[in-house]
Design a protein around this ligand. Structure first.
Ligand SMILES: [Zn+2]
Ligand SMILES: [Zn+2]
Length: 339
């Protein structure tokens, strides 16, 4: 290998800041590709991994699962990707392919699944490895920074939106990276979006309205009309009864986050009337292909705030404080460094 070292931000211990280290550039296995990371978006799930909310992270993990990279070295058995190809690497990094979930189109639920930036090293680094079978092609119209948030915020948001069926009016609780992308898709599909933000977050409400939301307000206020569906992007269990109260009879509430604070007890009357409550877990490769095809047809404008790789802790802090408009994206600048 002609590359001798790379910068990476690693998680030594949960609930401590990531550490900048110089590591050997990894060698790809037969089915892997070595990627030069050109952009990696920062997801709320990264916060849950760093905080230790999700147990079982790989030791000395490199977080990051919204990776855009260029193939530097394909493994011996990789024939569908070549040096120089641009790919996206999402959260779903590997599945067993043989369990009942994998065989029935639900590989997102595979018990043995390995996830990028959690069980597998991710994109908070100059280089990373990915199994070529889980890489996604990215529409050419998006530059690397704009494309990165599509890989989780867009994808999980898309799976959540599909689960609302043909709901016409949809409430989004938490207006961050996912909601800002999915609002554009929902509006394109002729749906009405109602954006719920933290109380007092008038910049967030203005941002939602600028993207085509019909209404924006605080999560402590009721929508002007009962909604067909609601999607919770905020990891706040207390919003579950709030969202159930906002939907009409027969409406559905989708919990889109991988982790959520405890849901308080609530009266059965909020669920009564055939209201539904369900979670969305991970994504399938089929979701990825469908979503990228959609992103090719619709010009989604992702709003990104760039951070150098070394500022990953700062990006996580700003995300935690709810001060990112759109998505935070790490951009490694490897020229003249770590070589
Ligand atoms: Zn499986
Ligand atoms: Zn994510």
């Amino acid at each position: 290998m002609f590359l001798c070292g790379m910068n990476a931000m690693i998680l030594r211990r949960t609930a401590t800041p990531l550490e900048l280290v110089v590591r050997d550039v990894p060698e790809p296995g037969p089915r892997e590709v070595l990627l030069h990371v050109t952009a990696c978006a920062v997801c709320r799930t990264d916060l849950h991994v760093v905080d230790g909310d999700l147990p079982g992270a790989k030791p000395d993990l490199v977080p990051g699962h919204e990776i855009v990279g260029t193939v530097v070295a394909p493994g011996a058995e990789v024939h569908d990707l070549a040096i120089g190809d641009r790919v996206g690497v999402p959260w779903l990094g590997w599945t067993c392919g043989t369990c009942s979930f994998c065989r029935s189109g639900l590989e997102n639920l595979c018990d043995l699944a390995r996830f990028t930036g959690y069980h597998l090293d991710g994109g908070y680094a100059d280089y990373t490895l990915a199994d070529h079978r889980y890489c996604l092609s990215i529409p050419a119209a998006y530059n690397d920074e704009q494309a990165a948030p599509l890989l989780c915020a867009g994808l999980i948001g898309y799976r959540s939106l599909r689960m609302t069926g043909d709901a016409h009016s949809i409430g989004f609780f938490g207006f961050g990276a996912a909601a800002h992308i999915i609002t554009q898709i929902a509006v394109h599909e002729g749906r009405e979006v109602f954006a719920f933000t933290r109380p007092g977050d008038s910049p967030g409400q203005s941002f939602a309205l600028s993207l085509g939301a019909k209404w924006a307000g605080s999560s402590t206020t009721e929508p002007p009309e009962p909604l067909d569906a609601a999607i919770l992007f905020a990891p706040v269990g207390a919003l579950v009864p709030v969202a159930l109260r906002a939907v009409r009879k027969g409406g559905i509430v989708i919990c889109a986050g991988i982790h959520m604070s405890d849901i308080p007890s609530f009266p059965y009357s909020l669920l009564w009337g055939e209201r539904m409550l369900r979670s969305v877990a991970n994504l399938t490769r089929q979701d990825g292909r469908e979503f990228m095809a959609l992103a090719q047809r619709i010009a989604i404008r992702t709003h990104v705030q760039r951070f150098p790789l070394e500022s990953a802790n700062e990006a996580l802090r700003v995300l935690r404080e709810g001060r990112i408009e759109g998505a935070a994206v790490l951009v490694p600048e490897i020229a003249n460094r770590a070589r």
